[in-house]
Design a protein around this ligand. Structure first.
Ligand SMILES: Nc1nc2c(c(=O)[nH]1)N[C@H]1C(S)=C(S)[C@@H](COP(=O)(O)O)O[C@H]1N2
Ligand SMILES: [Mo]
Length: 318
């Protein structure tokens, strides 16, 4: 059973404009030219690897997690991705189709009662599945609003049974330079790694994602399973997860290794703390060609602000 709590920024679900209506309203979408519109029709090129859990979609929507903004249309978010394994531009959706998402196992190790490896479909079947509408705010100062399908990270923690000594979670993406051209660029510290405290991972907002727009997750979004941490900058929402380790030491993320002066461990959204090279005060709404003010914790402070009490001396913002 879901406990439905409504915060100040939430509005009833029926007021969220469905993607179809939103699209009809605008004849011109900034950032997607004629070529992009043509490609958007070519769905065949974006076929997922068939999986026994495909027919579990759509997951039931949990109305407790909704947003006052319109959904960002699929044809925008599926053509504008950050997935450095497949290249450094936003236009890597086609390259990402080389990712083989079945069979796929996730290794769970470190400070747990019993390390194990689990098949993605066994995991999905065992978890409490639902759909949530979340904002995502990239550190590059753009944002989107999407319906993720998945399950709470807390449910995964209950399955993993970390020991009391575990303080952090270290999460790793796949490594396969044969299919991921970005991983042939050896100056990057592959694999992509992210980390969280156990308390952050247990927060109700931390969500493991296996679908979007009511369907299995297309590859460019980080199939078959990625994270969604809506109060943190997007780079924390690691894609195509292969390994989850419980540790005592704070893990160093991919971006921290590359550029510690710009990307830290906590990376919580804060409009008042500028990136060394640009302001974080506003963000471009993907597909809408307008900027809106960015909110503290990306608007999710009521859920997460307490996590950071007593940590004011840490660099809590990217
Ligand atoms: N493995 C991996 N995960 C990743 C990234 C990446 O390059 N590799 N990019 C991150 C960044 S910077 C963002 S903004 C989001 C983008 O998610 P999207 O492409 O689904 O919008 O994924 C994050 N997860
Ligand atoms: Mo990002």
């Amino acid at each position: 059973m879901h406990i439905i709590r409504r915060r100040g920024w939430e509005i009833p679900e029926h007021l969220v404009t469905p993607e179809a209506i939103a699209m009809n309203r605008r004849s011109l979408i900034k950032g997607v030219g004629a070529a992009g519109l043509l490609l958007a029709g070519g769905r065949a090129a974006m076929a997922n690897d068939p999986a026994p859990t495909d027919n579990l979609h759509p997951y039931a929507r949990n109305a407790a997690y909704t947003v006052e903004r319109e959904l960002t249309p699929e044809r925008i978010t599926s053509r504008y991705n950050n997935f450095y394994e497949f290249g450094t531009t936003k236009n890597i959706w086609e390259e990402a189709q080389a990712l083989k998402t079945r069979p796929w196992t996730i290794k769970v190790d470190g400070l747990v009662e019993q390390p194990f490896e689990i098949g993605i479909d066994d995991l999905i079947t065992a978890m409490p599945r639902e759909e949530r509408i979340y904002r995502l705010r990239c550190v590059e100062a753009w944002g989107m609003t999407v319906p993720w399908s998945g399950f709470p990270m807390k449910a995964f923690l209950d399955r993993a049974k970390p020991l009391g000594s575990a303080k952090y979670i270290r999460i790793e993406t796949f490594v396969d330079p044969r299919i991921a051209p970005g991983q042939r660029r050896i100056w990057y510290p592959w694999p992509y790694v992210e980390g969280l405290t156990i308390a952050e991972a247990a927060n109700e907002l931390a969500f493991l994602v296996t679908g979007i727009y009511g369907k299995p997750l297309p590859k460019q979004y980080g199939a078959p399973i990625r994270l969604a941490l809506p109060w943190k900058y997007g780079f924390k929402s690691i894609k195509s997860i292969k390994r989850i380790s419980f540790t005592q030491e704070r893990p160093k993320s991919f971006w921290e290794v590359l550029q510690a002066a710009e990307y830290g461990f906590w990376a919580n959204v804060n409009p008042e703390v500028a990136h060394p090279r640009w302001s974080q005060a506003t963000e471009e709404v993907l597909g809408e060609g307008r900027r809106i003010p960015t909110q503290l914790f990306n608007g999710y402070g009521a859920y997460v602000a307490d996590l950071y009490k007593g940590l004011e001396k840490e660099r809590l913002w990217a």
